[in-house]
Design a protein around this ligand. Sequence first.
Ligand code: PLP
Length: 462
Amino acid sequence: LETLETTMRDENPNSWEARANTNSMYGFTDLPTIEKRGATIITHGDGPYVFDVHGKKYLDGNSGLWNMVAGFNHKGLVEAAKAQYDRFPGYHSFFGRMSDQTVMLSEKLIEVSPFDNGKVFYTNSGSEANDTLVKMLWFMNKAEGNPQKRKIITRINGYHGVTAVSASMTAKPYNEVFGLPLEGFIHIDCPHYWRFGKTGESEAEFTLRMAKNLEDTIISEGPETIAALVAEPVMGAGGVIPPSKGYFQAIQPILKKYNIALIADEVICGFGRTGPVWGCQAYDFEPDAIISSKNLTAGYFPMGAVILGPNLSDKIQAAAESVEEFPHGFTASGHPVGCAIALKAINVILNEGLIENVRLLTPKFEAGLAELAKNPNIGEARSKGLMGALEAVKDKDTKTPFGPEANVSEKIANTCSDFGLICRPLGQAIVLCPAFIMTDAQMEEMFDKLTKALNKVFAEVS
Ligand code: PLP
């Protein structure tokens, strides 16, 4: 164990690492590891690389938290922010007032959305966008005389955020420590065929079973009590889990039959991560609304958005008119600097070669993952576009995972970090979601470093 953890913490109480531990809290961090290794304090970035306080360079195989798709020093994005700070550095979207940048961003979002028409509501994060969406549905259904139509369905391993409502949607066991989920949040099957398919069950049969279980749940809960099913096109923080074949085609008619909205949480998938602009386009389904964040500003500003298709936007508008207003909003909703950055980010992704590079890099990414999947301790390599994962297993034939005490994915990520590569452990998987600006050479560097780390860790633990 000790030999793996070569980056040891700096004991000097004035070190950046010690200072970080004294007054800052980490989110989602394995604290015993930090106690041992020390934090990594980042000062700046260059393209897809970041640098720590000691000058060590890391290739960030996770593009920050999936979001820094244009890299860490994109001149156009920084210039757009500076120009808007000079012009008008802050405003809100309350009381019938909003910035010109906000108006233009909403027009652009509807233009690039799969919807012919619709409306956009802005938040500061993806979590708040999911909260906002749920409140909108509660508000709308109550105004329409259906106050009982409140339940929200999400899938096990789905990640939708951390606020009380969005954490209730996030179907991960760690939320039990908060006494969540709240009442009325229902978690159904995870459509991961490799892990949850039964012996002898074909992928098509698995998909049908997922759809049947959904319909059974709807019937037993009461269709009139269910407002929406919210789903990531590809589950991201659940460990990059693409749906089983035909999944959305199987569930969408069931939701339509019972008048249940289908919401695509595109916080990760949106703006090119899976190849097309939206993940729902990659899987050919038609959501009633889209939740966006992360790539929306290429990570250069905290912003989320609920993008309502025409049906929901008309109904929510009517509900708001019936009580005079939609009593909801954040101080920084539609912040002009965030909107100016988002307008630039959308242009950079769609028109300055980034989304094209996702398409060009995807075969190389898939080939790199497939090569690593030959390792006897990798049970599955899975990906869509530039999001992928490798699932570590103790026994490939039986798909038996390593025990939690082995801490394998954490060790792989730590060893990668020693080699100058940032990647993320998620359960037993290692997740990669490189920036859209990566070159072929940087992609090779990513896989070389990961290969070295996997070989080292599996040699130790097997
Ligand atoms: N939805 C999805 C699919 C996400 O991946 C995330 C964050 O990773 C969120 C929502 C929450 O976004 P935020 O962290 O900005 O609150």
